[in-house]
Ligand binder design. Structure first.
Ligand code: ADP
Ligand code: MG
Length: 636
């Protein structure tokens, strides 16, 4: 509990200690006779102790012409009750209302803290290595790109970089939700936010602190709560209309029925006189006000989304806003990119065919031409070549997405890419009947053979499609720029419902639009790795980026970021969103039903203030407890 909450708790306890004996006296249960003015004065002690800040807020609200908030409702109702001689009820309402407030602020604080614990990836310092080899502790902000930092066992990696000495295991769970440690050695990338478990690492930084993974993710999480979902917007609009309506209704309830009785004489017989008549109806109106206080709904809806976002991020699923969580729950079609999403995107060269050149030289040309590309294919070609590249031999590089690369190597034109690229440069190519992705090469305008590379499926791709089906996703479609034969094989192996092949990035956008039209009111999610598919990620109803650790384009363009490469997380994200939205609906329905019932009872004169406040605080506590369930998503 924080200081403010402790103070409120103390006030509640003091007020309760005063209130209980007074209440027993006023109800005649304890036989002590006190004169009326003394009783009022005594009741005012607990009332003001526990309620002065509510009264103050209500007065401030009146002064600022923002009349109709919860404080106003509570103030009018309790002052009304006390003025009518129902001291006990008046004080009790204020007391219980504050108990509710305390509980709510405690619950919100707790879930906020457990989320920040989960996202506890902000590094406090970096060990910067000086020229003499000694290191000093500095603020991570001060470390320049290219500096050498030392990360000792048990420390958090402060800045993204590459290992230059040492090997160790990293705990990446704060970033990815994956509990298995990842081993790293020299030349491996390390990401800020991971914890170094075993060995000392010397790391050359590759980014500044602000541009590092940990900072970017924290930004993302912190901004998520400000993107409101439709339900949240609805609730705040609802509260703006609802409270004034309730106040006017209460006023009408206090005035119209007794006026009617007096004018027509109907029902007057039930009352001892005109005074009693008015007293009864004004009291009913006060009860009505207490019941109608909307805090359960107003607090529990945003809290549910907040907890849902937090729960998802604990699993390595970053959702950029509550609105996306809402969309995610309505997904009926998931479209996938192939390379890097369903497959690992790490190709092995399996053969070189029909080349007039030596294999090694062909690979060297391919690797050189691809030296600036970040496409998985280009990385694999560079890896297959395996030797250090002299980049100065390459000029005029032009990457054509969905086709391949054109470049000059040693002044000679080289084209590396698929059949479309060969057609584009007007070189006749030979078909290949091997399974795998075919990379054709043209050197100096003449066909130079092709390289067959093959990719592996991710270990969980099959399971992921099955999980999506179980989660109620009807269509799973793969959109790929690769050849039809490859696409067909992959689609069959993982169990997709449909696939489209040989698409350029702009064709993928058109495909997604067509699928969206065919999907009716259900939403379409596109899952990609951010390479060549940023436009599709932003065009789909919801864009999910895979394995985004380190890929800026994907973090920017996507609405949901899956921190590890695991396609199983897609179904999990959908289930988390469904659970969260389900809880939101439960809370709204539950709160409104109970309120409607109590309102009806109070209008009929069957409910007193005790029932009113019990309904209000009780519903609020239950709704908040229910909302907190959104945090628990591990087993989904
Ligand atoms: P995917 O849908 O599989 O992610 P892309 O749109 O990224 O496909 O690429 C489609 C095709 O374009 C690849 O299969 C490849 O034939 C060719 N291609 C794209 N970029 C390159 C590159 N850098 N080098 C060689 N070929 C490329
Ligand atoms: Mg791709």
């Amino acid at each position: 509990m924080n200081k403010k909450q402790k103070k409120l708790l103390i006030r509640i306890i003091i007020a309760a200690v005063f209130f209980v004996p007074l209440y027993l006296i006023s109800e005649g249960i304890v036989a002590v006779k006190l004169p009326e003015p003394v009783l009022i004065a005594l009741f005012l002690i607990p009332y003001l102790t526990v309620g002065w800040d509510i009264l103050r807020k209500a007065l401030l609200g009146i002064r600022n012409r923002r009349l109709f908030d919860e404080c106003f409702l509570m103030t009018v109702a309790t002052v009304g009750a006390i003025a009518l001689g129902e001291y006990g009820e008046g004080v009790a309402v204020m007391l219980l209302y504050q108990v509710g407030e305390l509980f709510q602020s405690y619950a919100v604080g707790r879930s906020r803290r457990s989320i920040s614990d989960l996202m506890d990836i902000r590094p406090d310092y970096a060990n910067l290595e000086g020229e003499d080899g000694a290191f000093e502790r500095v603020d991570p902000d001060e470390v320049e790109t290219g500096s050498v930092i030392v990360v000792q066992p048990g420390e958090r990696v402060p800045i993204d970089g590459v290992v230059i000495e040492g090997s160790s295991a990293l705990d990446t769970s704060a970033l990815t939700g994956e509990s298995k440690p990842r081993s790293v050695a020299v030349d491996d990338d390390v990401l800020s936010g991971c914890i170094n478990l075993s060995g000392v690492l010397r790391v050359r930084t590759t980014a500044e602190f602000d541009e590092s993974t940990a900072s970017k993710i924290l930004d993302l999480v912190e901004n998520a709560a400000s993107r409101k979902s439709k339900s949240e917007n609805f609730i705040s609009k609802f509260a703006r209309v609802y409270t004034p309506v309730v106040c006017c209704t209460a006023l009408a309830l206090a005035v119209l029925p007794p006026l009617f009785c007096m004018l027509t004489g109907v029902g007057m017989a039930g009352y001892a006189g005109v005074g009693a008549l008015w007293r009864d109806w004004v009291l009913r109106a006060c009860t009505f006000l207490v019941i109608s206080c909307p805090c359960a709904v107003v607090i529990s809806v945003p809290l549910s989304f907040f907890a849902g976002l937090g729960g998802a991020s604990s699993q390595g699923i970053l959702v950029k806003g509550s609105n996306y969580l809402e969309t995610l729950s309505q997904v009926g079609t998931v479209a996938f990119d192939k390379t890097g999403t369903i497959t690992l995107g790490s190709f092995e060269v399996t053969a070189v065919h029909h080349s007039p050149m030596e294999e090694q030289r062909l690979l060297e040309y391919a690797a050189l031409a691809e030296c600036h590309s970040s496409h998985p294919i280009s990385q694999s070609l560079r890896r297959a070549h395996g030797k250090e590249l002299d980049i100065s031999r390459v000029s005029d590089v032009q990457e054509i997405s969905g086709h391949g690369v054109l470049a000059k190597v040693d002044g000679v034109d080289v084209a590396v890419g698929n059949e479309k690229l060969m057609n584009r440069v007007g070189v006749a190519f030979r078909h290949c009947h091997h399974a795998g992705t075919i990379i054709h090469m043209a050197v100096d305008g003449a066909y130079a053979g092709h390289i067959v590379i093959s990719d592996e499926l991710k270990a969980t791709s099959r399971e992921a499609m099955a999980a999506l089906k179980r989660a109620g996703v009807e269509r799973t479609v793969m959109l790929t720029g690769d050849a039809k034969s490859v696409a067909e094989q992959v689609a069959k192996e993982v169990g997709l419902t449909d696939f489209r092949a040989e698409l350029l990035p702009q064709d993928k956008v058109a495909c997604v639009e067509e699928l969206m039209r065919g999907g009716g009111r259900k939403k379409l999610a596109f899952v990609g790795d951010g390479i060549n598919d940023a436009p599709v990620l932003s065009r789909a109803d919801i864009g999910i980026a895979m394995g985004a650790l380190g890929s800026d384009a994907a973090i920017e363009a996507a609405d949901v970021v899956l921190m590890d490469d695991d396609p199983l997380k897609i179904a999990k994200a959908i289930r988390i969103s469904r659970k969260c939205l389900g809880i939101v609906k439960q809370n709204i329905a539950f709160a409104l039903t109970v309120k409607a019932l109590c309102l009806a009872l109070s209008a009929l004169g069957l409910a007193n203030m005790w029932l009113a406040i019990a309904a209000d605080v009780g519903v609020m506590i239950l709704a908040v407890l229910n909302a907190i369930r959104c945090l628990f998503v591990r087993r989904l």
